[in-house]
Design a binder for this molecule. Sequence first.
Ligand code: AMP
Ligand code: MG
Ligand code: MG
Length: 335
Amino acid sequence: EGVGQEMSGSGTVETEMWNKACFLSRLVASSVKVSRTAGDLIKGILARGELGVIDKGSATAYDPQTEADRAAQYLIVQSLHRKFKDICIIGEEEKVSAVEVLEDGAALDVLSLSFPPELASIEESNDVVVWVDPLDGTTEFSRAKDKTSVETLQQVTVLIGIAYKGSVVGGVIHQPWSFPNGSSRTIWAVKGLGVHGIEVAKERNERVVVTTRSHGTATVEQALQELERRGLSTSVERVGGAGFKVLKVLEGASAYVFASPGCKKWDTAAPQAVLEAAGGKLTDITGRSMVYSSEIQKSNSGGVLATAPWVNHSDYLNALPDALKESLPEFLPRQ
Ligand code: AMP
Ligand code: MG
Ligand code: MG
C-alpha cells in the first residue's frame, strides 16, 4: 500500500489508531467524518437543483423538508448504526431517502486525541444517545434561490450531538458553506477537551443578540425588548438555524435567545456540546438544563438561551420576566 492509501478510508494508519481509541473517540471521529460527507451530499443536491420540498408541518405551521434532509439523515444514521449497533440514534426526519454509499471512515485528528478516564470508560450501550439534525436551517436552504449566496447558505449546518446518561459529552457542527468564500468547515468538541475548528471570540463591548429569522413570536419579541431595556442587547440579528446561531455566539455575539417552543433536542444537542466545551452555556429560558436521554420529550418547550464564554448567563436569565418564563414550561402536557 502507498502512503496516500494509508491515509484514506480503510488504510492501516487509521485502522491502528481506531484499534487503540476508546468507544467515545471512535464515535466522535466517525461523526466528524460522516458530517463532512453529509455536507458534500447536501451541496450536490442543491447543485442539481431538485430540492423535492415537502411540508411536514401542521395545518397552521409550515415546516419544510427537502431531499437533502432526507438523504443526509439516512447517510448519517445508517453509517453510524452500522458501526455502533448498541447505541440509540434519534434523527429529526421520519421520511428518509436511501443513498447507495455509506461513510466508513473516521477523522484522524479525533482518534489521535487522548481521552480522560471518565470519558474513556464509557462503553457502547443504550445510555449513549446520538441526536441528529441532518440539515439545520432548512427554511433558509430551501429559499436559497441564488445557489452561490454564502450569506444565506452559511445558515445551513449538519448537527450531530452525543449524550451519555442524559448529558451532552460531544458534538459536531459541520457548515457546508462558511463565510466569506463558501468553503466548508467542521467544528467539533468533546467535554473537557476543548473546541476544534473555530477561533472562539474574546469579550466584546457590543452585545449582539441572535434570534430566529423565520419563527418569530410575540414572546420572542418580548424577551428581546427586556434584554435591550437592561443593556444586555445592543443590536439584534435574525438568522436561521440553531447551529448557525451558536456559531455566531462563539464568534462574537453575546447570546442566542429563543423565548418560544418549537426548537427540538436535535437542534440543541451538538451546539450545546460545542458551546459548553468553549466555556459558554446553553439552557432553556429559566436556566433549566436540557435533558438528552432517549425517552425525553423532543421539544425544547422551555425555549433556548445560549450565552458566550465571556457573558454571565444569569444576567440574561434574570432579565427575563417571570410571567414569560411561566408561559414556557419544560414539559408540554401529553396529547
Ligand atoms: P430557527 O431559529 O427559526 O432557525 O429555528 C431553529 C431550529 O428550531 C430549526 O431547526 C427550526 O426548524 C426549529 N424550530 C424553531 N421553531 C420552530 C417551529 N415553530 N416549528 C418547527 N420548527 C421550529
Ligand atoms: Mg434544526
Ligand atoms: Mg433539520
